[in-house]
Design a protein around this ligand. Structure first.
Ligand code: 8YV
Length: 312
């Protein structure tokens, strides 16, 4: 008998296929009636595979009293209520490390795109302006500037490596100082003050909710750039929009938004923002590795072995 799981929402195709062949899998997002669906599977479902932002909270866990494990596709587990899982003795796993390089590539692409305005210069060319108006206006160098990393974990370190290769200087702030060769700032405001580009890589938690606020953006100042590859919730989005509109910061590079996939249309008219549709880890190789790890955690658990990447 294959273990029975619920998949919260349709995710990465290869991973869906693996989940559906290894387990008896039921798809929650396509159930015609959620409560009836949960009641129908309550007695037999022991695992949950989750993709994307659908909330996994105490109410859902209570509806599945046999639940033992929630296996997330992604390193960020902010959609899962970890306290509720802990209280119920439910294991939560994620997919760290396998996505570090892809996400760091996206982060450095956003730094260079934002500071050098590469996407805007391409729009200029495609609009035919090069021939009629002349060369695209000069931008500034990334090299020689300071990249402040808020949240220097494994992804942050992969970003630092790339930024160093571009001739940038690195500083960082974490809750605690790390054994790294970069200067440490004691709080996010000081980091913003000391940075030309502030890179947000911090996990989304109650403490980091809207941590990027007017105080931080004031500290970054009119010459400073913000890059966010973490989660939209760590930024006060309406404040950021206003600061970009009023040129109170120089620009922003954003891979994540507060209410994805909806992005406030006011962002589309900004010429000082580079916007990516949450493509941080979105490569064939990385998504496969994430899916393999998500499936492996479930497989290990149901084989009575410790999972590979446990969060709680
Ligand atoms: C994915 C991510 O976009 O790992 C994360 O936390 O944000 C991304 O890698 C997401 O997990 C897709 O569901």
């Amino acid at each position: 008998m294959k273990p029975e799981i619920i998949i919260t929402a349709r995710g990465h195709a290869g991973t869906m296929a693996a989940l559906q062949s290894e387990f008896t899998a039921h798809l929650l997002s396509e159930a015609p009636e959620r409560n009836a669906f949960l009641r129908q599977h309550a007695a037999t479902v022991h695992g949950l595979a989750t993709f994307g932002p659908m909330p996994v909270d105490g109410k859902l866990m209570d509806a599945l009293p046999k639940l033992e494990i929630i296996s997330n596709f992604g390193v960020g587990v902010d959609a899962i209520n970890l306290d509720d899982a802990k209280k119920r003795g439910v294991i939560v796993t994620n997919t760290p490390d396998v996505l570090n390089e892809a996400v760091a590539d996206t982060a450095i692409a956003l730094v260079l795109s934002t500071v050098r305005k590469f996407p805007q210069s391409e729009v200029y060319l495609r609009a035919g302006h090069w021939a009629t108006r002349g060369p695209y206006p000069l931008t500034i160098d990334a090299g020689g500037k300071t990249l402040g990393i808020l949240g220097l974990g494994r992804i942050g370190e992969a970003i630092a490596k790339r930024a160093l290769a571009c001739g940038m200087r690195i500083r960082y702030h974490n809750r605690s100082r790390k054994d790294v060769p970069y200067p440490y700032d004691p709080d996010p405001v000081t980091l913003a003050k000391n940075s030309d580009v502030l890179m947000v890589v911090t996990p989304a938690t109650a403490e980091t909710n809207r941590i990027i606020n007017a105080r931080i953006l004031d500290a970054l100042g009119p010459e400073g750039y913000l890059v966010n590859i973490a989660r939209g919730s760590v930024v006060d989005e309406p404040v950021l929009l206003r600061y970009l509109q009023e040129k109170k910061i120089a620009g922003a590079g954003l891979d994540v938004f507060a209410d994805e996939p909806r992005v406030p249309p006011e962002f589309f008219t900004l010429d000082n923002a580079v916007l990516f549709p949450h493509v941080g880890s979105a490569t064939v190789e990385t998504r496969k590795a994430m899916g393999d790890l998500q499936v492996e955690n479930l497989r290990l658990h149901f084989a009575g072995q410790p999972v590979k990447t446990r969060v709680v």
